[in-house]
Design a protein around this ligand. Sequence first.
Ligand code: FMN
Length: 165
Amino acid sequence: MSIAIVYGSSTGNTQSAAEMIAENLGMDADVIDVASTDIETLNGYDKLILGTSTWGDGELQDDWDAFDWDGADFNGKTVALFGLGDQESYAEEYCSGMKLLCDEVVKAGATIVGEWENEGYEHEESQSINEDGKFIGLALDADNQDDETENRIKAWIELIKPHFN
Ligand SMILES: Cc1cc2nc3c(=O)[nH]c(=O)nc-3n(C[C@H](O)[C@H](O)[C@H](O)COP(=O)(O)O)c2cc1C
């Protein structure tokens, strides 16, 4: 079984989170910058953990935005998502990029796991909150709550682990 953690990161925060997820996962996983991979490579993994920061006003990180999804086939694949954002300065679009990534992955046929309680955050809105009021993946905030990052990652890994064995 092969696992990849794929991130898009403009100033290094999502990359650091990806590395922390890999350290805590307790399973072998390749950590890959989306800027230096392609869809055939991602199709080749059994399970994926995909992370993006949010830029502009609720947009995807640039490298994910430029990623060519043509040929994506994630049927039968399990995918978990994580996102980085700034809930104070972008309170209306906190981590919204995660939803744009989710849409691509769902279109490609994947099953999404790892939704996350919307508790302990101070944003007002996010496109990444589902109909149950939960985040569709792990929401992190290196700008305002970096001291929470490690604990959130550890708790989230416990949630997704059963789907990654
Ligand atoms: C110009 C600019 C626009 C941003 N837009 C958003 C946004 O719409 N929503 C959000 O949650 N965070 C937003 N952010 C915050 C970044 O997502 C956050 O700093 C993140 O940790 C960056 O991660 P990266 O270094 O991996 O790209 C923005 C930051 C900047 C500088």
